[in-house]
Design a protein around this ligand. Sequence first.
Ligand code: BGC
Length: 472
Amino acid sequence: MATVDKEEIQSNGSNRFIYLTAALAALNGLLFGFDTGIISGAFLYINDTFAMSPLVEGIVMSGAMAGAALGAATGGKLADKIGRRRLIFLGAIVFFIGSLTMAIAPNVPVLVAGRLIDGVGIGFASIVGPLYISEIAPPKIRGALTSLNQLMVTLGILISYFVNYAFADTGDWRMMLGTGMIPAVVLAIGMVKMPESPRWLYENGRTDDARKVLKRTRKTGVDAELAEIEKTVEKQSDSGFADLLEPWLRPALIVGLGLAVFQQITGINAVMYYAPTILESTGFGSATSILATTGIGVINVVMTIVAIALIDRVGRRKLLLVGTGGMIVTLSILGVVFYVPGFGGILGWVATGSLMLFVAFFAIGLGPVFWLLISEIYPLSVRGSAMGTVTVANWGANLLVSLAFPMLTANIGESFTFWLFGICSLMAFVFAHRLVPETKGRSLEEIEADLRENVTDPVAGTGEGASASSRE
Ligand code: BGC
């Protein structure tokens, strides 16, 4: 067994094609991250061009998230219908049109339309990136390859900070937003050369094409993998959205929805979107705050790389537990520091350090593990729709937290807001401990078989009592 594993890892390791394909597909993550980060900088200057009321500001800001929820709601079904590859292409085009519309917007309604279109592209990208990569990846390195998408999300956010900085002098928000067209073009061109997901091909009766793709992306085990895919495809009747509610799928749906919501209500985007404001309140000047924000962006990227290095070795569960555990501790400290009236000096540094560690713990746990697990735990026939459903929940919760954060800090104060996020992190820890399955090293078909076996006892399928293979 050990020799086989070694052999497989070695042959996968030499397969440049699979790495290149996954890296290109991960550009979906770059679009997603870039867009969430760029708007915060652009916003400072859009106000000089168009006079906006706070309500209109809110609409412009949240337009992309609403669009993303819409994109996620339709993208899952589309991924099942037209295929993963075509959806990536479509997403890139939509994203390009959205960025262009915003860059040339002559007035606020057109700007909002651009944000919405852009959001739909992000919604597509946030589903189809991890979905596609997880389906073309060999099981042994699926965690690392799929998490490349999350790495690109963090890189996208960081690049957006730099782009904001580069155009800050001129205040050229049109250029800031228009820059998003570049990765969209690269993705659209790159996609032409990429293969379709072998699993989707098989499911759609294109067995020979599926075999060809597996041969290109694996050196060993093609027949065995194909036989496994065949077994799961045979078991499915034609599935629709209603099938998601079937008892045997319920545990997976609960895990996906739970992680989707916890990923957001533990406060990551309050930090990502409002970091400069939070840092200024620790007593730093504007320039230092912006620099420290870039530092947070760098930590996010670096810790995601650490997660990628570990995820197929230590597994998803451990990373999730360590990550949420660390978030509980750092958020508690932040709550204490902000409780001290008019704190500064050394406490200012403690707050900044805790904020950075909080992001680091998110980046090794909830950040990558959520997107990876939801691309692994759903059966092929409903994978697109299921991912669509949980991704909508993720964007919905994101929108809620982004809108609520300024109101929360104004009403209950920063201290209690951080403690609230801390309590949510505690709930996320317990949830992960009780219900999240280990999927490390197992084929997508094995994961599905486990789900079917555990139909009589949903919790046993995923939590404490799960079978040895799923908890290994
Ligand atoms: C989340 C985003 C977040 C990003 C930060 C992603 O996994 O879904 O909402 O902004 O991580 O790195």
